[in-house]
Design a protein around this ligand. Structure first.
Ligand SMILES: Cc1cc2nc3c(=O)[nH]c(=O)nc-3n(C[C@H](O)[C@H](O)[C@H](O)COP(=O)(O)OP(=O)(O)OC[C@H]3O[C@@H](n4cnc5c(N)ncnc54)[C@H](O)[C@@H]3O)c2cc1C
Length: 468
């Protein structure tokens, strides 16, 4: 099959390699003109990627993505290693905690490779560029979709694309991997009325992040779980490549009082309030100022509704299909997983069957994570609003009560930390993990003993005082 992939981000590149590995011919069309530099470090320093606003923001690749790369695209893993990516176990910080009883043999499944996003993308782009069957053309913006005879009356069938330069390219299948701000739905709507399937959360989160580098003290040690939710703010640590690491603070985008975190000295004072992470900031020297980005707003655009495609010849994956709260770092894993799902579905007999098979694969494999994080966001934003006004957030939703209890109790029992890690690493959806006999009872019992916020209101007051 001849396939056009729109977008040379991680999803587009990985999908192209997975499809090319099965004999398909792929043309990747990317809006940004610059290709990767010759090393990962140069990619961090000078690769211009205006099409990806989060390009230099901290990224963690979750274990599912690494497992997939190891199995399907091992050359990418080797390239990452050469570029200075570092092996890192997501739960390494918990092995020394007395209640958890140390490392288990099966903990290797929580391993990932830590690299900054430009370095990750450098490795994917380098290997994709030398994969037979793939042509990557940069500086090509898709401006229009070309239609042909439709197999479904009233439903547009896409047979090609037109670039902003007026070049027309045809293919058997068009894949939209053009990211969270994909213009393809808008371009599609220009062809005529099309069913609106978009689901979008009303609010989201805002990121305040800093990168650091080793200045001779070595790397900071992980001594805790990598993410902590406080009353109205979340903090997290992310190891990186070549002696770098980063720290994030994440707030509700409605929380204007925390906008002071844009200021580096306010940010430094805020991170000091997290004893489990403050040493990460003191350990090295800052590599960046505070980077700020609105993120974490969930959005999903299906191309099948009520059992029928709303368009044929076009599929969307990665961030172009759905985004999830970026604090949990699932975007890369979601995109790569969906590339593999498409590779497995693409041999369907016709376009209608392909659209339906791919939608079904998304629904069973990726949508459970999307839904879990969408619901988490809604509760967390409501909880933050309540905490700002000094009230206790109450809900009758049992799912939130379980998640809240698991979050509070995860460091008190070896089974709980691993249940949390399995879902968080995108290795198993929450429904499956929680179905294990006795697990919910254990979570609720230990969660009742572990208070989520030991002194309600105190952290918020300290935070506002610290950031001035
Ligand atoms: C603040 C923030 C932090 C994040 N942290 C993490 C993390 O820790 N871990 C994680 O796994 N994920 C994280 N993500 C998500 C992650 O960045 C994405 O999931 C990941 O980039 C995969 O996206 P993609 O390849 O689908 O799209 P993108 O990376 O956005 O790539 C899309 C590409 O399409 C191109 N394009 C767009 N329009 C057109 C067009 N019309 N024609 C041609 N080309 C076009 C763009 O230039 C771009 O290169 C984070 C996101 C944000 C915003």
């Amino acid at each position: 099959m001849n396939v056009i992939v729109i977008g040379a981000g991680p999803t587009g590149l990985a999908t192209a390699m997975l499809l090319a590995g099965h004999g398909h011919h792929i043309t990747v069309l990317e809006r940004d003109p610059d290709g990767p530099s010759s090393t990962g470090l140069e990619a961090w320093q000078s690769w211009e990627r205006p099409g990806v606003s989060q390009f230099r923001l901290p990224h963690v690749m979750m274990p599912r993505a690494l497992a997939l790369l190891r199995q399907e695209l091992p050359e990418v893993v080797a390239e990452l290693e050469t570029a200075g990516a570092r092996r890192h176990n997501m739960i390494a910080g918990t092995w020394d905690l007395p209640a958890l009883g140390g490392r288990l043999p099966e903990d290797h499944r929580y391993e990932t490779m830590a690299a900054r996003r430009p370095v990750l993308e450098f490795a994917l782009a380098t290997i994709a560029a030398r994969t037979p069957g793939i042509t990557i053309r940069r500086g090509q913006t898709i401006a229009r979709l070309i239609t042909g005879r439709s197999p479904l009356p009233g439903v547009p069938h896409i047979t090609g694309v037109e670039t902003r330069n007026g070049e027309v390219l045809h293919a058997d299948l068009i894949v939209d991997a053009s990211g969270r701000n994909s213009q393809i739905p808008k371009i599609l709507a220009e062809l005529g009325p099309i069913r609106d399937t978009e689901e979008r959360a009303a609010a989201g989160f805002i990121y305040y992040a800093r990168h650091y580098r080793d200045n001779g003290n070595g790397l900071p040690e992980a001594t805790h779980w990598p993410l902590t939710h406080q009353e109205t703010i979340t903090a997290g640590t992310l190891p990186g490549d070549n002696g770098t690491w980063s720290l994030i603070l994440v707030a509700s985008s409605r929380d204007h009082d925390l906008r002071a975190l844009r200021d580096a000295s306010a940010w430094d004072r805020a991170i000091e309030l997290f004893p489990e992470y403050a040493h990460w900031a003191r350990h090295g020297e800052p590599l960046t100022d505070v980077q700020v980005m609105s993120a974490g707003q969930t959005r999903r655009r299906d191309l099948v509704a009520d059992g029928l495609p709303v368009v044929t010849g076009l599929l969307a994956l990665g961030d172009a299909w759905a985004t999830t709260n970026t604090t949990f770092g699932l975007g890369l894993s979601m995109g790569l997983t969906q590339g593999a799902l498409l590779r497995d579905a693409i041999d369907a007999q016709d376009h209608i069957k392909l659209s339906l098979a791919f939608a079904q694969a998304l629904e069973t494999t990726a949508a459970p994570y999307y839904r879990a994080l969408r619901d988490w966001d809604a509760h967390r934003l409501a909880e933050i609003d309540s905490n700002i006004s000094g009230e206790q957030y109450e809900t009758t939703d049992p799912a939130w009560q379980i998640i809240r209890a698991l979050d509070a109790a995860k460091l008190s029992h070896p089974d709980l930390v691993r249940a949390y890690a399995q879902v968080g690493s995108m290795l198993e959806p929450a429904e499956q993990v929680l179905a294990r006999p006795g697990l919910i009872d254990l979570i609720m019992t230990l969660g009742a003993e572990a208070s989520r916020y030991p002194t309600p209101g105190l952290f918020r007051r300290e935070l506002l005082t610290a950031i001035g």
